[in-house]
Design a protein around this ligand. Structure first.
Ligand code: 5GP
Ligand code: ZN
Length: 114
């Protein structure tokens, strides 16, 4: 989709800090770092939200999450845990309408949740 910011990130039309990439998914740092290492994982095809996600694309997206979570966890010994979040539609606080999963590392010294 031409006016989708995440499609532009996939196509490298706008820059991002890539955490992981393969033929099906891209993981990159969220521009707003809720905590250090806050990462978004997206399918490479444009799908608005969970309600539009096919089983195949869902499998592509969610099957990568543990591997990416482990890579983030290994990158910083201060990481003590991780929240995994998926917002769907405006009523659920989705603001970018290309399906994505938030990986939010948690640290002992960052107790706020936002
Ligand atoms: P949502 O609220 O839809 O679940 O999350 C969308 C996320 O996308 C937000 O956390 C926001 O900071 C992030 N975001 C929005 N625009 C950009 C961008 O241009 N680059 C990156 N890296 N993240 C973005
Ligand atoms: Zn898109």
């Amino acid at each position: 989709m031409t006016d989708c910011i995440f499609c532009k990130i996939i196509n490298k039309e706008i820059p991002s800090s890539v955490v992981y990439e393969d033929e099906k998914v891209l993981a990159f740092l969220d521009i707003t770092q809720t905590t250090k290492g806050h990462t978004l994982v997206i399918p490479k095809i444009h799908v608005q939200d969970i309600f539009e996600l096919s089983e195949e694309t869902a499998a592509d997206l969610f099957s990568r999450i543990p591997k990416i979570a482990r890579a983030i966890e290994k990158s910083d010994p201060a990481i003590k845990g991780m929240n995994i979040l998926n917002n769907n539609r405006e009523a659920a606080y989705q603001t970018v309408f290309h399906s994505h999963v938030h990986l939010i590392p948690r640290y002992d010294d960052q107790d706020d949740f936002s």
